[in-house]
Design a protein around this ligand. Structure first.
Ligand code: 2AM
Ligand code: CA
Length: 265
C-alpha cells in the first residue's frame, strides 16, 4: 500500500530533477507561446509527464489533472492537481524562483499538498489535519496581530481579463500600503507565495485570477500551518474563482476588509 503524501513528495522531486536538468541548458530549450505573455517549454511538459508516470505507477486508478496535459480519467472522488512548473516565466529567464506544486483532492477538498522548490531544495508539505512541514520540520504562519507593519506578497496582473480590471488591483495595493507595511513582494510563483505564508515568511498574500493548479497545494499548506485562506471577498470560493487571500489569523480579517472593498464581483 503506497502512502499518498510520500508518493506526492517523490513525484515532486522527480519533476524538480527534470526542471533543473532543463535549467542547465536553458538556451537550447524548445519554447512555445500559449498566449500573450504565457509561455510553455519542453521542461513544463516533461516535468508533468514524469510526475504523472510516477503517480500512476503507484495509483493507477486515480484521476489526474495537470496544467499542460489536462485530465487523465480515473476515480471521480480522488484527483491529483499538478502544476509541473509554477513560475515558468522566472525559469525561462534564469530567475531561480519556481516550484512544482502537487495537491490531492478528495471530493474537491485538498487532503495532501506538496510544493517543492528544486533550486533551494525546499520541500513544503501538508496533510489534512496533520500540520505543515518544511523539509520535515513543522512550520506555522506569522503571529502578527493585525496587518499593520506586515510583509506581503501579491501577483501583479500581466495579461487578459486581469488587465481590464487593473484599477481594482492598484486600489487594493494602495490600501494595503496605507497599512504601513514592511513591503510588498512580487516573486512570480503563486505556489511559493502560499508556501511562504505557511512558513511565516510573509504575513499575507493576495492575487486574483489564478488556476486551481497554482493554488490547490498552497492553500492546504497555509491552513495546516494555522492560517486562513479565502477569496478576495472573504468567502470560501477561492478554489473555484482562483482569487485568493491567505494570511495568519490576526492579519486575514484586516486584509479581507481591504480586498473586499475592491473585489465585489
Ligand atoms: P505558471 O508559471 O505556472 O504559469 C503568479 O502571478 C502566477 O501566474 C504564477 O504562479 C504563474 O504560474 C502565472 N503566470 C503565468 N504567466 C505569467 C507571467 N508572465 N508573469 C507572472 N506570472 C505568470
Ligand atoms: Ca505552470
Amino acid at each position: 500500500m503506497h502512502n499518498i503524501l510520500e508518493v506526492a513528495k517523490q513525484a515532486a522531486r522527480i519533476g524538480g530533477e527534470v526542471i533543473q536538468e532543463g535549467a542547465g541548458r536553458r538556451d537550447s530549450l524548445d519554447i512555445e507561446q500559449k498566449s500573450l505573455h504565457d509561455y510553455v517549454s519542453e521542461v513544463d511538459r516533461n516535468s508533468e509527464h514524469a510526475i504523472k508516470s510516477h503517480i500512476l505507477s503507484a495509483f493507477p486508478t486515480h484521476k489526474i489533472v495537470g496544467e499542460e496535459y489536462g485530465e487523465h480519467a480515473g476515480l471521480e472522488n480522488i484527483k491529483w492537481v499538478i502544476d509541473p512548473l509554477d513560475g515558468t516565466t522566472n525559469f525561462l529567464r534564469g530567475i531561480p524562483h519556481y516550484a512544482v506544486s502537487i495537491a490531492v483532492l478528495r471530493d474537491g477538498v485538498p487532503e495532501y499538498a506538496v510544493v517543492f522548490d528544486p533550486v533551494k531544495d525546499e520541500m513544503f508539505c501538508a496533510s489534512h489535519g496533520g500540520g505543515a512541514l518544511l523539509n520535515d520540520v513543522p512550520i506555522g504562519v506569522s503571529d502578527l496581530a493585525s496587518s499593520r507593519g506586515g510583509l506581503f506578497a501579491t501577483g501583479v496582473p500581466f495579461s487578459g481579463d486581469n488587465l481590464t480590471n487593473i484599477d481594482r488591483f492598484t486600489s487594493t495595493m494602495v490600501a494595503i500600503l496605507e497599512q504601513h507595511t514592511s513591503g510588498i513582494r512580487r516573486l512570480g510563483s503563486a505556489a511559493l507565495d502560499l508556501a511562504y505564508v505557511a512558513a511565516g515568511r510573509y504575513d499575507g498574500y493576495w492575487e486574483a485570477n489564478l488556476k486551481l493548479w497554482d493554488i490547490a497545494a498552497g492553500v492546504l499548506l497555509v491552513t495546516e500551518a494555522g492560517g486562513v485562506v479565502s477569496d478576495l471577498r472573504g468567502n470560501q470560493d477561492h478554489l473555484i474563482s482562483g482569487d485568493v487571500l491567505a494570511a495568519g489569523a490576526g492579519v486575514h480579517p484586516d486584509m479581507a476588509r481591504l480586498t473586499s472593498r475592491f473585489y465585489k464581483g
